[in-house]
Design a protein around this ligand. Sequence first.
Ligand SMILES: *[C@@H]1O[C@H](CO)[C@@H](O)[C@H](O)[C@H]1NC(C)=O
Ligand SMILES: *[C@@H]1O[C@H](CO)[C@@H](O)[C@H](O)[C@H]1NC(C)=O
Ligand SMILES: *[C@@H]1O[C@H](CO)[C@@H](O)[C@H](O)[C@H]1NC(C)=O
Ligand SMILES: *[C@@H]1O[C@H](CO)[C@@H](O)[C@H](O)[C@H]1NC(C)=O
Ligand SMILES: *[C@@H]1O[C@H](CO)[C@@H](O)[C@H](O)[C@H]1NC(C)=O
Ligand SMILES: *[C@@H]1O[C@H](CO)[C@@H](O)[C@H](O)[C@H]1NC(C)=O
Length: 587
Amino acid sequence: MLGHRNLFPLWLLLLPHVSGSAVMFGRQRNPVPQEGNVRLFGGDGADGADGRVEIYHGGSWGTVCDDDWDLAEAQVVCRQLRFLGAVSVVIGKDYGKVSGPIWLDDLTCKGTENYLSACGFGSWGKTDCTHKEDVGVICETGSSNVTGRNSAYSLDHSISLSDERGQIFDSGNSCDFLISVRSVTGNTQENETQEEVGLTICAHKLILSQFPLFNASEETTGITVDVDQSCEPHFSSFIRYIYTRQVDVTLSSVKCLHWMAYKFGVKQLMEETGRLFTKFIPEDASFQTQVSLHEYAVETEDFVLQETCIQYLAWNYQNLTMSPAWTQLSVELLGSLLLRSDLVVSDEYFLLQTVEGWIAEKGKSISLETQVDLLSRIRFPMIPAEALYDLESNSSLYSTHENLYRKNILRALQFNVLLFSKLTSNKKFDREDDDIRPRIYTAEPWSTAIDRQQTRNFYNQRYDQYNQQNPSTMYFNTPVHNSLIFKSKMIRWEANVFKSQYECSNRGVRCESFPSARLAPQNSLTEWSNILFRNRLLLMCQGKYIFQVQDFKGNMANMAVNGTQFSPYSCPDDQQTYRFVVRPEYV
Ligand SMILES: *[C@@H]1O[C@H](CO)[C@@H](O)[C@H](O)[C@H]1NC(C)=O
Ligand SMILES: *[C@@H]1O[C@H](CO)[C@@H](O)[C@H](O)[C@H]1NC(C)=O
Ligand SMILES: *[C@@H]1O[C@H](CO)[C@@H](O)[C@H](O)[C@H]1NC(C)=O
Ligand SMILES: *[C@@H]1O[C@H](CO)[C@@H](O)[C@H](O)[C@H]1NC(C)=O
Ligand SMILES: *[C@@H]1O[C@H](CO)[C@@H](O)[C@H](O)[C@H]1NC(C)=O
Ligand SMILES: *[C@@H]1O[C@H](CO)[C@@H](O)[C@H](O)[C@H]1NC(C)=O
């Protein structure tokens, strides 16, 4: 039992934490909204750090269209809400019912503004979007301090008196709560029972009681926790973290710390260790890690980690389909990948073939309804016309799902032979339909690559006349749109990668940071006012994996702000290649 003499200093030590958290949660929203206020609505977390972006204008809350959103815009929202920064932009997620106005569209933020309304935009309420395109944001919470040193990361969420609290834990003085940690070794003993190992930690109720899941109440004297054997060695540093808010994380402990943080509701530690997972996501070319991490993230309801995994898999979908993890993919995971517009594939026909192959591989374990559900997520109008004509004979599932294929092929053919105004006027098509939006198609003619690794010794390589003088530039031609009626209407594109101010000035371009990429049409586009180009830049590392996808603003894509890369994954400067993808959309 705790004596009075000891109770007092312990309380004192707790006080800074209590006031510290009061400050942290002190960003409560103003009950009377002011013009220009923002909020995140309908998110998963309790701390208001994620959700649909809403802005208050003219006396009512409205939403913001996702056109041209990237981390720069998200940074501004998160900064205005006084979070540390932005984790990601969420496109296409349903945050629940919304009926108010769409206040903002075509926002262009530099990323340094203090208010969303300080960014550039047309005018309030002027938009061609629907609520389906409302943008969401996930902000970074807490006062984390992550510093890496040789695959060990120090997490430091300390407030004050962490050292003293650490001493209390280490000494075990006056502890009043026993935590018995048990794990099964997997060995069977002589009397046929499972061998167990364990340790007992003596802790303080007063400190554990910040986290109700420890059950450290007046009446209890301890708990027993069953852990995985690999996690047992890390349990003590987890409990010590509860005292000090500091812990060293290694690749061997990260999943355990994350799991324990999840089990006991230690949210900040869970988020930070979740973020550390991303450090080694690209390291596994077999994709087993990414897929199992995603499963784990679903289990632990870690939405940030889920999104991180899915996004990485979407960017690297093509290689995923050739990996050992491909046939083990769950229906749910494949289904969510098929909903994404940031799926990087050569073309939509390739995507259809991979889905057909996956279904064939799984055989009867995939019900007909599930097959239909997956196949319906294919964007048939995006399938190249020449492949459409062959589908009936070439598709392995055509005879099984003849109706579905027929209906979709007919629709796709209409898409290819009629003007969009015609298609929408007879109501067969709607601007909002997902299946008329491109994903990120890398096949000819829609994309080109610039490999600036080669520039140092480019005299040894065979380049065409122009590129010998200027290897940072590529020219390529695409039709105005992928619909067949535009087949002969070509646009010429110039793609550049600039690595210095000198290169930018030479081209007469203003660059904000380096490297910068530029993708500019060489023809006037005014004739095609109902076609919008949502072009993308893909950054590939060591020719192995895509580690970032960036959009263009005013023909420019920045990959970093002041030397800090947007991407959570790092890649040495001289090992990046750049792929430019043209993506026309009817608007
Ligand atoms: C993070 O920790 C390092 C070393 O402990 C310290 O120098 C740095 O100021 C800290 N940064 C923040 C933002 O607290
Ligand atoms: C089985 O043996 C172990 C070690 O010899 C012992 O600790 C355990 O109590 C035994 N279990 C039963 C059910 O007898
Ligand atoms: C805490 O108490 C609840 C309800 O009695 C129980 O379900 C839960 O397992 C306990 N937690 C621990 C860690 O023992
Ligand atoms: C369809 O199959 C035929 C014969 O195998 C092949 O020649 C053709 O290229 C295929 N079409 C597509 C679009 O792959
Ligand atoms: C995929 O794997 C192949 C080799 O298996 C590799 O050459 C390629 O660069 C990888 N990455 C991507 C994004 O295609
Ligand atoms: C980059 O750094 C410069 C100088 O330190 C600063 O003036 C500028 O605002 C920074 N830009 C961004 C986008 O943070």
